[in-house]
Design a protein around this ligand. Structure first.
Ligand code: MGD
Ligand code: SF4
Length: 734
C-alpha cells in the first residue's frame, strides 16, 4: 500500500470521480426544503415560523420550523444560533420526514405475545401509565428501587430520569458513554483534568494544520465542525488524515496516512518522538504547564519512525515529514480528539497519546487549538432533593477505575449475573440497545431475566419488540423539552418548542414523566403545571425574557476571552495541577503512566477487519425509515479493496454476505469494490440491517455491523467496549 502525499490536482480528480453529495462542504444543505406529500411546493398559504433545536443528532443545531397552512413544511438553520449558523445538515433538513414517517409508533402498546414476538395490543395512555406504574411498584417492592435501571440517550429523557431518580433509581447509563465518547473523555481528563464534552472546544475555524485520526468529518456530520473544516480547507490549511480508508476528509488532505488498523498509538508515539527529539515542541508551554516531561521524553525515545513504520505499515519518512509539518504550524495545529473513540479496547490510552501530542504543540488556550469555553448561568428549578440509596451502583461490577459515568454494558452484566444484586426492570429511553451494545445475544439474554421492560421511543426499533409496555414519544419537532445550555465562544441557551402537533397519540417525554410521577405517588417531584411554566421560571429567574427566547430560539451569554494571549486563564484539574505527561494516577492503579502501543490481533487468516463509520444522511440506527433520508441512502454498502474483490471473484454492485469469526452471517449487502480502502479491512456504515418487521421501510435493508459484533474488548481504564474487533469473510450472496 502506498502512502502518498496527494497533489491538489490528483485529489480534485479523485473527489470529482468518487463523491457526490457527501463532500465535506457539499454535505451541508443550504436552504432548500424536501418536498413531502402534505405540503404542495409552490402553493401559497399562511406561513408560521417557530425556532427550536434539532435532535436528529446530538449536535443540537438551532433551526426554524416552517408551518404552512397548519402543516409542517420545512426546517432550516437559525442564523442566530452558534451551532448551525443558519445552516442545517442533510439530516436536519430531512427532519420534516421524521414527522411524516409512516413507520412511527402511533399509540401506547402492551405486550400480549412472547417477549420479542412483537405482538402488542394498543391501549390508552391511562392504561399504559397504570400498567407501567403498577409493574414498577411491584419490582421496587420485591427487589428495591436499585433493581430498576434506566438506559437513555438524548436530552428528552431529562424529566423521566428526574422522576425515576426521585423514585430511588440509581443505575443509569447511556451507550453514548462506554460505546462512544468515554475513552476520549478519560484520555483528556487524565492529561488535562477535563473531558471535552459536546460541542468540543476545537478552534478549527482558526487552525492552520488539522490532524484527523480516523475522524471522518464530512461523513460524520457535526455541523459546526464541518462548516469550519470546509472553511479551513478553503483557506489552504494543511490537513493530515490518518485512516485505513480514503475518506472524504482524506480527499481534502495534504497527507493521507493509510494506517494498518489498530496501530494509531504507535504512530502517535513516533510523532511525539520526532517532535521531542528534534526539539520542535513548545518548550515554554511544557516548562510552565507540564508535569513529568523528563520521564515521558525518556520513555518515548525508543519509538522512532522506523520502529513505527513496521507497526503501522507507513513510510518512516512520511511519519517524520508529517510530524514536522504539525510542528511548523504550532500552536495553530490541532490534533482532533475524535468522538466515537471505542475502537480496539485500549482506547483511553490512544486518546491520551492524542492529548499529549496536542500538549507538545502548546495549543491549549491558543488560537487554532483548543479554545477556552465560557458557560452561561441559567437558574435551576427548585426541585426537592433525591433520596439517598444505601446501596452502591451496580453498573461497574469489574471496577474500571476511571469510569466516571454509568456503563450500559455493566448494567447488562449485572442483570445477567444478578450481582451485586438483581436488576429486574429496564426503562429504555431513546436507545436501541439491541443495536448499540456489542454482542446482541448478551443483551437478549439479559432481557430474559427481567420482570419488566418499558420502552419510550418514537419507532418500533428492535428493543421495542422486547418491551412489555411501549410509550410512544412525540418527536423533537412536536414537543417542548429541557433548555439546552451550552458552553462555547461564548455560551448560549436554546429552547425547544413544538413546531407542529404529533400526528397520532404520541406524547412528549416531560408529559409522560409528569403522569408517571402522579401514578407512582410522587407528584411533588414535578411541581409545575406544564413545561411552559417550568421553562418560564428558569429563564425569568435568570434575568432573561422568556418571550424573547421563544421568538429568537436562543439566548447568548456574555463573551469572555477564549485565548491565553487575550486574557483567558488556564488551569488543570489534575493531581499535579499541570498537564500530566507522566501520570502517577495511572501508575498507582497499575497502568502505563505513558501510553504504550499494543499490537492488534491480526485476526484469522483470510479474514478482514470490519471497520464502521457514519454517513452524512443518517444518525446511528434512528433515521433509516425517514422517507427523505431513505431517498438519499436506503441501505449501506460494504467497501472491499478492488484487488481483494477480484481475487475473491466478487463484482462491484452485486450483493454479498459477511460471516464473522463466530459464524454469524450478515444480511445481504451491496459490494463496493474500491481502491479507497486497504486490502486488510472492509468498511460499512453503522445503523442498517434492521430486524424489526415493524420498521417496514428499513426492514432487512443493508447489513448490521452490530449483529456481527460478537467479540469485543473492554477498555481496562473505563470500561468502553470496542467496535473494530470483528473479522469477517466476504462471499457472494447464496
Ligand atoms: P440510535 O441508534 O440513534 O442510538 O446508539 P443508540 O443510543 O441506540 O437509536 C436510538 C433509538 O432512539 C431508536 O430506537 C429511535 O427510534 C429512538 N428515538 C429517536 N428519536 C427519539 C425521540 O425523540 N424520543 C424517543 N423516546 N426515542 C427516539 C448510539 C450508540 O451506539 C452510540 S452514541 C455510538 S457512538 C455507538 N456506535 C456504534 C457503532 O458505530 N457501531 C456499532 N456496532 N455499535 C455502536 N454502538 C453505539
Ligand atoms: Fe441536526 Fe445535522 Fe445539526 Fe445534527 S448536525 S443537530 S442532524 S442539523
Amino acid at each position: 500500500m502506498h502512502a502518498p502525499k496527494i497533489s491538489r490536482r490528483r485529489f480534485l480528480q479523485i473527489t470529482a470521480a468518487t463523491f457526490g453529495a457527501a463532500t465535506a462542504a457539499g454535505a451541508l444543505v443550504p436552504r432548500v426544503a424536501f418536498a413531502d406529500a402534505a405540503a404542495p411546493v409552490g402553493a401559497a398559504g399562511k406561513i408560521e415560523t417557530i425556532p427550536t433545536y434539532c435532535e436528529m443528532c446530538f449536535w443540537r443545531c438551532g433551526g426554524i420550523g416552517y408551518v404552512r397552512d397548519g402543516k409542517l413544511w420545512k426546517f432550516e438553520g437559525n442564523p442566530l444560533d452558534p451551532a448551525s449558523r443558519g445552516r442545517l445538515c442533510t439530516r436536519g433538513t430531512g427532519a420534516v420526514g421524521a414527522h411524516y414517517d409512516p413507520d412511527r409508533l402511533q399509540k401506547p402498546l402492551i405486550r400480549v405475545g412472547k417477549r420479542g414476538a412483537e405482538e402488542f395490543k394498543a391501549v390508552t395512555w391511562d392504561e399504559a401509565m397504570a400498567f407501567t406504574a403498577e409493574r414498577l411498584n411491584k419490582v421496587r417492592a420485591e427487589h428495591g428501587a436499585e433493581s430498576i435501571a434506566l438506559f437513555k440517550h438524548g436530552i428528552g429523557v431529562r424529566f423521566i430520569e428526574h422522576v425515576l431518580k426521585h423514585y430511588g433509581v440509581i443505575n443509569i447509563a447511556a451507550p453514548s458513554y462506554a460505546q462512544c465518547r468515554g475513552p476520549r473523555d478519560t484520555g483528556f481528563t487524565l492529561t488535562y483534568g477535563l473531558g471535552l464534552g459536546s460541542p468540543e472546544p476545537l478552534d478549527i475555524a482558526n487552525t492552520n494544520c488539522l490532524v484527523l485520526i480516523g475522524q471522518h468529518l464530512g461523513e460524520n456530520m457535526h455541523n459546526t465542525q464541518v462548516q469550519e473544516f470546509a472553511d479551513a480547507v478553503g483557506r489552504g490549511a494543511t490537513v493530515i488524515t490518518v485512516d485505513p480508508r480514503f475518506s472524504v476528509a482524506a480527499s481534502k488532505s495534504k497527507y493521507w496516512l493509510p494506517i494498518r488498523p489498530g496501530t494509531d498509538t504507535a504512530l502517535l508515539l513516533a510523532w511525539m518522538n520526532v517532535i521531542v527529539n528534534e526539539g520542535l515542541y513548545d518548550k515554554a508551554f511544557v516548562a510552565e504547564h507540564g508535569h513529568g516531561f523528563e520521564p515521558f521524553a525518556a520513555e518515548i525515545k525508543r519509538y522512532t519512525p522506523e520502529w513505527a513504520a513496521k507497526e503501522t505499515d507507513l513510510d518512516a519518512s512520511l511519519i517524520r515529514e508529517s510530524a514536522r509539518e504539525m510542528a511548523k504550524h504550532r500552536p495553530a495545529t490541532l490534533v482532533h480528539p475524535g468522538r466515537r473513540t471505542t475502537w480496539y479496547g485500549n482506547d483511553s490510552q490512544r486518546v491520551r497519546a492524542i492529548a499529549l501530542l496536542n500538549a507538545l504543540l502548546g495549543n491549549w488556550g491558543r488560537k487554532g487549538g483548543f479554545y477556552m469555553q465560557s458557560g452561561m448561568k441559567i437558574a435551576p428549578y427548585p426541585f426537592p432533593p433525591y433520596p439517598k440509596s444505601a446501596k452502591e451502583k451496580a453498573d461497574n461490577p469489574k471496577g474500571y477505575p476511571f469510569a466516571d459515568e454509568g456503563l450500559a454494558t455493566g448494567i447488562r452484566e449485572a442483570t445477567l449475573s444478578a450481582k451485586p444484586y438483581p436488576i429486574k426492570a429496564w426503562v429504555v429511553y431513546s436507545t436501541n440497545l439491541v443495536q448499540s451494545l456489542p454482542n446482541d445475544r448478551e443483551t437478549l439474554a439479559a432481557i430474559e431475566k427481567l420482570d419488566l421492560l418499558v420502552a419510550i421511543d418514537t419507532h418500533p426499533s428492535e428493543i421495542v419488540g422486547y418491551a412489555d409496555v411501549v410509550l410512544p414519544e412525540a418527536n423533537f419537532l412536536e414537543r417542548l423539552d429541557e433548555l439546552n445550555v451550552n458552553w462555547g465562544k461564548p455560551g448560549w441557551t436554546q429552547i425547544r418548542q413544538p413546531v407542529v402537533q404529533p400526528p397520532h397519540d404520541q406524547q412528549p417525554g416531560w408529559w409522560i414523566a409528569k403522569r408517571l410521577s402522579e401514578r407512582l405517588g410522587i407528584p411533588e417531584c414535578m411541581p409545575f403545571k406544564d413545561m411552559d411554566e417550568y421553562l418560564r421560571y428558569r429563564v425569568e429567574k435568570s434575568g432573561f425574557s422568556y418571550a424573547q427566547l421563544k421568538k429568537d430560539g436562543v439566548l447568548m451569554g456574555k463573551p469572555a476571552p477564549i485565548y491565553i494571549d487575550t486574557g483567558a486563564e488556564i488551569a488543570f484539574d489534575t493531581p499535579s495541577g499541570k498537564v500530566e505527561f507522566w501520570s502517577e494516577q495511572l501508575k498507582e492503579k497499575g497502568f502505563d503512566p505513558v501510553p504504550k502501543h499494543v499490537a492488534p490481533d491480526p485476526g484469522p487468516k483470510g479474514a478482514f477487519r470490519l471497520l464502521t463509520g457514519r454517513a452524512p444522511m443518517h444518525t446511528f440506527g434512528r433515521t433509516q425509515t425517514n422517507p427523505n433520508l431513505r431517498a438519499l441512502m436506503a441501505e449501506n454498502e460494504v467497501w472491499v479493496n478492488t484487488r481483494v474483490a477480484k481475487d475473491l471473484g466478487l463484482e462491484n454492485g452485486k450483493y454479498v454476505t459477511l460471516k464473522n469469526q463466530d459464524g454469524v452471517v450478515s444480511n445481504r449487502v451491496k459490494l463496493r469494490a474500491t481502491e479507497r480502502i486497504r486490502p486488510d479491512c472492509v468498511y460499512m456504515v453503522h445503523g442498517f440491517g434492521h430486524t424489526s418487521p415493524m420498521l417496514k421501510s428499513a426492514y432487512q435493508r443493508g447489513a448490521s455491523t452490530s449483529r456481527l459484533l460478537t467479540r469485543y474488548n473492554t477498555d481496562p481504564l473505563m470500561g468502553g467496549t470496542s467496535v473494530h474487533t470483528t473479522f469477517v469473510t466476504v462471499s457472494r450472496e447464496a
